[in-house]
Design a protein around this ligand. Structure first.
Ligand code: ATP
Ligand code: MG
Length: 377
């Protein structure tokens, strides 16, 4: 039973307003015996992705703010008040980690407790994080989960090929805390942190090019530029390699990620071509890469569909226990996500499961093949 009176007080919303939000912009969810509310849209100053854990003492976990994207690296220093930190931007998924009533909980960007993430992170970090709840009450660690055993963005990192969390921020209520405090916490609890690639003064910002060039060569995602005190919004910038690579993976499913991926990433490349003054040769190479990234995976999957194959994203997940697996299956069902799973075996880490998420592209491609008509003009 939800205690609306104390919840309304905690959120500073009228009881009647609070009740009317539920089912519209606030979704009631449950993970094991923990009930929680998710802001599925912005309301009363709470951003989408904000969560309220409804235990004996309810806790509000604020949404992680979105980060502005730079078109030109040149513009970075203009937005920073003084010396700034350049961190690696890692390509995985955003997770807010809290310890609540002695248990570790992993929350996705959208504000849902992901049973898989929670299970894996609990195995890795629950022992280390003992004490965090008492020492840093109302604080939330935010990090990127990367690695191949990942149900959202499976990308292999040599430093974490399978699954790990790299902390990039510490939040206290709705505020991003100074990076020095984040680092103190990371050290104290033996966590892992994203790499700091430089501390630059506004005069030195040309050095951003050195940093980005190196990431480009190593095929890494990009950078996030932060004021060490978080007085201003951070900025993000991604490599050409990533902008094209995203398209290649998105265009496997043109009617899913493909559509929304296309224009923003082309715009990033337009800005890069301009700012980096690509010569004819460079432009031709990149244009070829870009064209291939758009067409090749899309055509390949159309062939597959014509041969009767399923157009689905595949993930290999490892669940520490049977209970974690059944929690995940139930969660997928609640979220309305269609998946097909098969158990592949067990390892020391747990139960190895292959998960297939059917894509909308499967149906759209099917219709195109059947009717011979295009759904777009
Ligand atoms: P946005 O977060 O701006 O709404 P998005 O969800 O599309 O956009 P990205 O374009 O990947 O996400 O960029 C922001 C995300 O980058 C953050 O939410 C976070 O998950 C991730 N990230 C990776 N490394 C860092 C880092 N060092 N600092 C901050 N965020 C990072
Ligand atoms: Mg990302």
């Amino acid at each position: 039973m939800i205690d609306y009176v104390s919840l309304a007080y905690l959120l500073n919303i009228d009881i009647s307003d609070l009740k009317s939000l539920i089912g519209r912009k606030l979704r009631l969810m449950k993970y094991r015996d923990l009930e929680y509310l998710v802001f599925t849209r912005e309301a009363h100053g709470y951003n989408e992705g904000t969560v309220i854990l409804i235990g004996k003492e309810p806790m509000v976990i604020y949404a992680y703010p979105s980060i502005r994207r730079l078109a030109f690296l040149e513009a970075a220093s203009k937005y920073m008040p003084s010396d700034f930190i350049v961190e690696e931007k890692m390509d995985g998924y955003n997770v807010r980690v809290v310890v609540y009533n002695g248990k570790l909980i992993g929350i996705t960007r959208g504000g849902y407790i992901c049973p898989y993430t929670t299970a894996r992170l609990s195995r890795l970090y629950m022992d280390k994080l003992r004490g965090f709840e008492q020492e840093y009450p109302d604080h939330v660690l935010v990090g990127e989960v990367v690695g191949l055993e990942n149900p959202y963005v499976p990308v292999e990192y040599p430093e974490a090929p399978r699954f790990d969390l790299f902390v990039f921020d510490l939040m206290g209520k709705d505020k991003l805390k100074p990076l020095s405090l984040r680092d103190e916490v990371v050290e104290k609890y033996s966590l892992r942190r994203v790499r700091v690639l430089g501390v630059l003064s506004k005069k030195d910002s040309w050095r951003l090019w050195e940093i980005v060039d190196e990431l480009e060569r190593d095929g890494r995602e990009g950078i996030v530029i932060k004021d060490p005190l978080h007085r201003v919004q951070p900025l993000k910038y991604t490599t050409v390699h990533t902008n094209i690579g995203d398209l290649r993976s998105g265009m496997k499913y043109p009617f899913d990620e493909g559509k929304s991926f296309l224009f923003p990433r082309i715009l990033r490349l337009i800005a890069q071509g301009y700012e980096m003054k690509w010569d004819r040769k460079r432009l031709e190479n990149i244009a070829y890469e870009l064209g291939m990234a758009i067409l090749e995976p899309a055509i390949e999957n159309l062939h597959k569909r014509a041969y009767g194959k399923l157009i689905a994203a595949e993930y290999k997940l490892v669940f520490p226990s049977e209970e974690d697996l059944s929690d995940y299956l139930e969660y997928m069902e609640t979220m309305g996500i269609d998946i097909v799973t098969s158990i592949e075996g067990t390892s020391e880490e747990g139960i190895i499961v292959r998960v297939m998420k059917l894509k909308q592209t499967h149906n759209e491609y099917g219709r195109i093949l059947e009717t011979g008509l295009s759904p777009l003009d």
